[in-house]
Design a protein around this ligand. Sequence first.
Ligand SMILES: Nc1ncnc2c1ncn2[C@@H]1O[C@H](COP(=O)(O)OP(=O)(O)OP(=O)(O)O)[C@@H](O)[C@H]1O
Ligand SMILES: [Mg+2]
Length: 469
Amino acid sequence: MASEAVRQRDESRGRILIAEDDASTREGLATLLRGEGFEIDLAEDGEQALARLQETAPDVLVTDLHMPGLDGLQLLERSREVLPDLVVVLVTAFADVDTAVQAMQKGAEHYLTKPVQLDELLVVIDRALERRRLQQEATELRARLKDRLSFDNIVGTSPAMQAVFDVIEQVAPTKASVLITGESGTGKELAAQAIHQNSPRAKAPFVKLHCAALAETILESELFGHEKGAFTGAVGRREGRFKQADGGTLFLDEIGEISPSIQVKLLRFLQERTFERVGGNETVKVDVRIIAATNRNLEAEVASGKFREDLFYRLNVVNIEMPPLRARPSDLLPLATHFVQRFAKENGKHIDGFAEDAIERIGAYRWPGNVRELENIMERAVVLCDGRLLTAKHLPAGVGAATRAGVRIPGSTMDEIERHVILSTLEACGGRTGQAAQMLDISVRKIQYKLHEYGIVFQRTTVSKPPES
Ligand SMILES: Nc1ncnc2c1ncn2[C@@H]1O[C@H](COP(=O)(O)OP(=O)(O)OP(=O)(O)O)[C@@H](O)[C@H]1O
Ligand SMILES: [Mg+2]
């Protein structure tokens, strides 16, 4: 019996709160809707309805317009503050166009006149619930994708990295070629993997080739394969990386290093999706998405004639520029924490976090080697650490000894200086506005006001992009 009751509740079509001062209308509606498989909650007036909303978070509110105290329109407005995606249906005894218009403007789903026709009410409710379900699914999907990228492997809560995630999210489902640029150690390869992982090709191979590591002739046969006898030592036909990556993604690292003749062959592939093996004339067709990376300035290479302009444009359909670590100080602690946790686990140690002096030194350093350098230094620190906190003495002497990148004072405006001081203090406090306010001897409200003005949203230790307006 108990399981039957549970089963029935699981199959409920949704929870409806009925706000109606007239007892017989209220009970009548409740009986009808219960009979249709909804869970029903009742309120005798607006105030009571508001209290019930907070307690039971229904999916739908069916409210009378004229009630003592809080009327239907006021209740509609207040309920939006509590449950932004609540479906609201207003019911009134007298059809009155002005009120109807007002109700719709305030976001009521529908406006019905008494006596309520059950069929009409059900259609309104079902349609609204279905639309809401689709919206929620879409939101969850977006949130899941973002979580995976920002927490699974690429750590980055700074606005700059959030923007990178947005591009990855947009470009991943397509077949567009992507050129990932950025300094060494900024996560170019990680970004390439994320694009592949989030693409429809995720189950097919992700093949990478480091173009700078190989001599020209070897590189060509590595990429395209070769026929038997193509060169001394080519004892049989061999397939290349293009063929291996068929159906998947080919990641060409250090693309700036490839010779003019390979540039031509690659261009032809991007135009026609075909190539020939070295020493052969059979045309091979494969379905491969190209992602290329370089820490060189390819535009400059194009300008100086070292890199073909047409190839550059074919590769650079979408460009992702990985920001250097020094340009996103708010990512420092989340990244350092991520690495410490990983290495502590690998080394069987328990480390709770960082001492203040370590945080200060990490924040003051310029990180020329970017995330890779941070990763290495955290590994070393974990190995040296014998307590539960990483302190400054576990860091190499050079870290944090360099001067902090500051705002150039002469010629700066007071606003620029204020902005710099507020943001760097917040960053040093891990985004805790209370602590930053205390250090700066200003109110928390002032900090929040300024952040709003700068269009930055600090959420404790994370920073995210302001919502689209
Ligand atoms: N945002 C990040 N979150 C977590 N780990 C990161 C992040 N960025 C980089 N790393 C780590 O830092 C190291 C360097 O990253 P990666 O190899 O992707 O950089 P790269 O830009 O390709 O560098 P290079 O130009 O030297 O080849 C890797 O171990 C990678 O896992
Ligand atoms: Mg790399």
